[in-house]
Ligand binder design. Structure first.
Ligand SMILES: [Zn+2]
Ligand SMILES: [Zn+2]
Length: 324
């Protein structure tokens, strides 16, 4: 299926589908499963991005969407910011929007959530600097019929967007180009977001780094703090440090059980903007807190074998080596 066909189906079939039963509905399934596949194909293979489609949960959403998440920023539509196809409530068109998660902001700001989204959107716009004038900058019009509709929040949350009118959906070449263009802005914003965060706090391993290295290190840490990825890595590699063999449970008993840190092996300098692999088996190791700090200080941040050979095995003088 082409992206053009997918967007058209959104506008042509979805309006009729909403009057049918939601459970086991073919159109709902199409939004959930088929559209994300088509979008993912346009992006190309890159573990950095996740594509997710939603026709609603338990019942039809007024504004169905398909989102692309940068895992360095978010893995859900609830917070952070992401690129998303949003269908207008009257099905007159589709927006491709760099937009913001609404759930968390609503929880934090309550009745001021829309203002908060708008303020943050202008802040992001300012951070992006020059935005191509083929894009709509700021709020979009999802033709919402109710101020409490989720769509009303997405209207304010839009940072920049492209609009496709029903009956005038462009071909795949243009759609693909637009999507890649927005992903480029997404990446730029993600990088600037990390840079901004770096001004406020300084951890000891960040002192003395130049700005680019600092951003890379922060991306690295963000990935390691990603709970789902870390959990998968730990499940596969276990809870014993792969560098020194330390096991928190053996030392501290019950409170140390399942305590270990996940370390991402991708070299920092190749992280930024490039294809990232996030395979919990091959791209992660588990390390105790000490080894984790030390591997970051060492020249072998992406090679556990070398790190262990030079800094752990030789110094410990013990014959026992943990399995890797
Ligand atoms: Zn260790
Ligand atoms: Zn690490």
């Amino acid at each position: 299926m082409s992206l053009n066909a997918a967007l058209n189906l959104f506008l042509e079939e979805y309006p009729t589908a909403v009057s049918q039963l939601f459970t086991d509905n073919a159109v709902a399934e199409f939004v959930r499963r088929d559209v994300p596949v088509v979008v993912a194909q346009v992006i190309g293979e890159n573990d950095r991005y996740i594509v997710h489609g939603s026709p609603g949960q338990g019942n039809w959403a007024r504004v169905p969407w398909v989102a692309v998440y940068d895992r360095f920023i978010t893995e859900t539509a609830q917070d952070g910011f992401y690129v998303v196809y949003l269908v207008t409530e009257d099905f007159s068109g589709v927006y491709l929007s760099l937009n913001q998660g609404v759930t968390t902001i609503r929880r934090v700001y309550g009745s001021d959530a829309k203002d908060a989204l708008a303020v943050r959107a202008s802040d992001y716009i300012a951070r992006l600097g020059q935005i191509d004038n083929s894009l709509i900058v700021g709020p979009i019009d999802l033709r919402v019929t109710s101020v409490s509709s989720l769509g009303a929040f997405y209207e304010q949350g839009s940072i920049c967007a492209q609009y496709y009118k029903r009956g005038e959906i462009p071909n795949d070449e243009i759609l693909g180009k637009d999507l890649r263009e927005l992903l480029k802005l997404y990446l730029l914003l993600a990088t600037k977001d990390l840079a901004a965060a770096s001004v406020s706090s300084e951890e000891d391993d960040e002192v003395g780094l130049n700005n680019e290295d600092l951003i890379n290190l922060r991306e690295h840490k963000r990935i390691e703090r990603n709970r789902k990825l870390a959990a998968r890595a730990k499940k596969i590699h276990g809870y014993t440090c792969q560098a020194c063999g330390f096991n928190f449970e053996m030392k501290y008993g019950e409170i140390g059980r399942t305590f270990i840190e996940a370390h991402h092996l991708t070299p920092l300098h190749t992280l930024k903007g490039q294809k990232v692999t996030l395979d919990p088996k091959n791209d992660f190791v588990v390390l105790c807190a000490n080894c984790h700090r030390m591997i970051h200080k060492s020249e072998f941040v992406n090679c556990i074998e070398n790190f262990r050979a030079k800094y752990v095995v030789r110094r410990s003088g013990r014959g026992t080596k943990p399995d890797v």
